[in-house]
Design a binder for this molecule. Structure first.
Ligand SMILES: Cc1cc2nc3c(=O)[nH]c(=O)nc-3n(C[C@H](O)[C@H](O)[C@H](O)COP(=O)(O)OP(=O)(O)OC[C@H]3O[C@@H](n4cnc5c(N)ncnc54)[C@H](O)[C@@H]3O)c2cc1C
Length: 345
């Protein structure tokens, strides 16, 4: 394993933001991961983990050792008539896992097709799309504690998965490196097309023709049509989480903004699409000198090639302040800020 000093991370994040790692290595086995942790421990270096860098804002240089996850392997560890238990290593690309499992007759992940990133990052924010989230299938995960290099199993409850959240973003932030996840998948072809945009896209098909492979193709097609490709328009996907507010606040806002889109939740709270707030505040398509709110996607910030993390965070900060002032709602960023400058308050 090669540990490189002063390594550029600009090609390792989908926002293509500049920043350097004091030390950098890619680990492809458990042994290499332990060597990397020993290197950091001996020198008292902080450790950060990187997958594909599709959910970070690189705000400057990173001190210490940056470990890029390269553990590979997918295994069906048990199966019965109804379910299969599958363990996937943290360095597997998520999008490949979805198609590989579909081909093997393990169903459920189709709605999560084409989400960028690696398997090890999926539990960090409980990835979700088209009415499905990782939480629906995660059984457990294995992780290595950074401080002690001890291996620990977490069951689903211990991961604290919630909407774009987990214990690894909260109490255990920066404490563990996830090395594999175990999922429970359907062996019978089952589909979940409750999400409105998916239902509409599949409306022309009779019910018995809507099988998991069609759902996977449809989700992939919608995503290709709708989402900007980071290769040509650097971005980190949705930049803000959809805020959840209490029912009374939602009613008050409805009175002031009768066309505000609102999604009541099972617990009585109400989710407001951040895209609606941003678009209605006039931010969609607004361009700064280095970065912009995407013209077709109010939730996506993009940069023109010369931005620094600070430029993206400044734009995000202006949006947060404006939405707060207009609607009394404080937007939260979805990507993690890594590097010198902190996220906007
Ligand atoms: C175009 C686009 C579309 C997207 N669409 C969606 C979507 O539909 N739904 C969705 O939920 N997300 C979406 N995302 C966000 C992103 O794809 C996911 O969050 C993904 O899981 C990030 O994976 P990554 O490997 O790139 O993680 P990174 O960006 O490299 O890391 C993200 C965070 O996880 C930590 N981390 C990464 N790997 C590990 C590990 N093995 N152990 C411990 N910590 C780790 C990092 O330190 C960092 O804090 C989108 C992003 C883009 C660019």
């Amino acid at each position: 394993m090669n540990i490189i000093a002063n390594h550029s991370l600009q090609g390792s994040n989908t926002f293509a933001l500049p920043g350097r790692a004091e030390y950098f290595c890619r680990v492809e086995s458990a042994g290499e991961l332990h060597q990397a942790l020993a290197f950091a421990r001996q020198r008292r270096l902080p450790v950060s983990v990187l997958g594909e860098g599709s959910n970070i804002v690189l705000a400057g240089d990173l001190k210490g050792l940056v470990i890029q996850m390269g553990l590979r392997g997918v295994q069906v560890v048990a199966q019965g008539r109804a379910r299969a238990l599958v363990t996937a290593a943290a360095g597997e690309p998520w999008r490949d896992l979805v198609t590989e499992l579909l081909e093997q007759g393990c169903y459920g992940l189709e709605n999560l097709a084409l989400i960028p990133g690696l398997v090890g990052a999926a539990p960090i924010q409980n990835i979700g799309a088209y009415g499905v989230e990782l939480n629906d299938f995660l059984v457990s995960l294995e992780a290595v504690e950074i401080s002690s290099a001890e291996v620990r199993q977490f069951n689903r409850e211990q991961c604290g998965l919630a909407y774009r959240d987990s214990i690894f973003k909260g109490a255990l932030r920066d404490a563990y490196i996830i090395t594999s996840v175990t999922l429970s998948l359907h062996r019978e072809p089952r589909v979940n097309i409750s999400y409105p945009a998916l239902k509409v896209a599949l409306a022309e098909y009779p019910e018995d023709k809507i099988r998991p492979d069609l759902v996977c193709e449809t989700v992939s097609r919608i995503r290709r049509q709708r989402l900007p490709d980071p290769a040509s328009e650097p971005n980190a996907g949705s930049f803000f989480k959809n805020p959840v507010i209490n029912a009374k606040r939602a009613r008050d806002l409805r009175e002031r903004y009768p066309d505000m889109v609102q999604y009541p939740q099972v617990d009585g709270a109400v989710k407001i699409p951040a895209a609606w707030l941003i678009e209605n505040a006039g931010w969609k398509g607004r361009r700064g000198p280095h970065c912009a709110v995407h013209a077709d996607h109010a939730l996506v910030l993009t940069q023109f090639g010369d931005a620094r993390g600070r430029d993206v965070l400044d734009l995000a900060g202006e949006i947060v302040a404006d939405i707060d002032q207009r609607y009394g709602i404080r937007l939260e960023m979805e990507p993690r800020v890594l590097g010198d400058c902190e996220k906007p308050d």
